[in-house]
Design a protein. Structure first.
Length: 80
């Protein structure tokens, strides 16, 4: 896990969850911007800033519930 990294949460349905890591503090707690992206309407349905305990974050990675993705794989980012 690294700052400015992007993660995708696996799930079902047409709303996907993405995380953008904003900050990792000295206790390894993660501050991230959480996005819910609607794939049918191709728009962000919800976004908010969240803080996660490092233990929870690592458990999600171990269980393969979230995985790191490249910036190019985030569907709502526009690059020129």
């Amino acid at each position: 896990m690294k700052e400015d990294g992007w993660y995708k949460q696996f799930g079902t349905g047409h709303v996907l969850a993405y995380y953008h890591i904003l900050h990792i503090d000295e206790s390894q707690d993660v501050t991230a911007r959480y996005y819910q992206y609607d794939t049918v309407f191709r728009k962000i349905a919800q976004q908010q800033r969240r803080k996660f305990k490092s233990k929870w974050w690592m458990e999600q990675e171990i269980k393969n519930n979230i995985t790191e993705i490249s910036r190019d794989q985030v569907p709502f980012l526009v690059s020129f």
